[in-house]
Design a protein around this ligand. Sequence first.
Ligand code: ATP
Ligand code: MG
Length: 454
Amino acid sequence: MSEEKKVEKIVGIKGMNDVLPEHAPLWELFENTVQSVLKSYGFAQMRTPIVETTSLFARGLGAVTDVVEKEMYSFEDVMNGDKLTLRPENTAGIVRSAIEHNLTYDGPKRVWYTGPMFRHEKPQRGRYRQFHQVGAEALGFSGPDIDAELIVMCQRLWDDLGLDKVRLEINSIGDAAERNLHRAELIAYFEQHKDILDEEAQRRLHTNPLRILDTKNPTMQAMVNNAPKLLDFLGEESKAHFEGVQKILRHNNIPFTINPRLVRGLDYYNRTVFEWISDELGAQATVCAGGRYDSLFGMFGGKPTPACGFAMGVERLLELMKLTGELNATSICDVYLLHQGEQAQMQSFVLGERLRDAGLDVVLHCASNTGIGSFKSQMKKADASGAAFAAIIGEDEAASETVTIKDLRSSDFENNQTSVPYGAAVDYLLDQIIGESENKDEHHCDNPNHVHLH
Ligand code: ATP
Ligand code: MG
């Protein structure tokens, strides 16, 4: 008697998502576009470890921030007791690495990164425990020009991604001395309204009162709106810097609003801060956030090095692309190869290689546990692949050395099929596919941006 034991399924971790194959084309379109836009501004990619020492983030992000207080995945290395943390963001890691490798020894550097970040938050739309960021950091640059360049670069990225439903808010949070002046008045103001402060605000009153301005608590909004504005405390240099940023943005026709309550969730920022916001995404509306962080190198024991950067939330941007974008990437290939019989299979393999030589993306039908399948079932797979064409080699085609080519996008179901000599199939398909696309180069093999936009 055999006892059947039910094997328990292992499931993924809450708030940490799988990117499934059907989503890959959109991720790739996004990543390829990011890579080419950032490269076009001279940014070079950096990859730092996903795990860093806990003290890096505790020191870098500020002890009284949401992230450090309650969102970090921290653990002890069981082998040696080291205190480690899965990175909740990547600026601290980049700056640590820049100091360690003396990256700015011969002048400023423009760098960017992409990858997963980890925060133990309440999972909901647009908020996950593992999520992805793309970020850019301009290290060693002190002027308003680079702050503006980062913003102009974001605008180009939105344009290239086909996104027009994002708006820009900017603010200046001054320097430490200016913030201290403001802070004293802010605390005095909040103390006058202590009865309205929620528990979190009470706790932050003397540690991080600026963050109270960032509250999402509706009952505190009116009071917070009338609080003393940091902008009114800026000295001449900070003002000039902020005006310099605005001047370049205006000159480049980048619309923005100044939001005097805009502060960043992390402690290391000064002067320029900015956010790109979409009204299409519900509560998690910020798709990109950044600012200047001139003191962070010093806080990590490095030489004082001015810097500015941003980080964008990839999942939120992909959702926006799906909701409002003009670009939609769904196909996995240009041509799907169907075949029946051994000789046809051999010919299909060779045809597939020739089409790939010519720069096309090709899926060759292969056997599953139910075998190679009928033409009908193969055709279902061809349709689902999003391919523009099916190339069919059956026993008849194999014998007569021809290929039947079916236009999968044609609505003319009587005349969507044609027979071409086997030796002419590559040229025929190239002609059809490249002739169709407006820009011939776009369909060429050495283009890293080769994606199927149908
Ligand atoms: P939020 O106010 O949404 O929590 P934040 O101030 O914590 O944002 P940053 O640390 O500035 O965010 O991160 C930059 C961007 O990364 C955010 O604007 C957002 O697009 C994205 N992001 C941050 N946290 C998450 C998350 N838990 N899930 C998905 N995206 C996130
Ligand atoms: Mg947050």
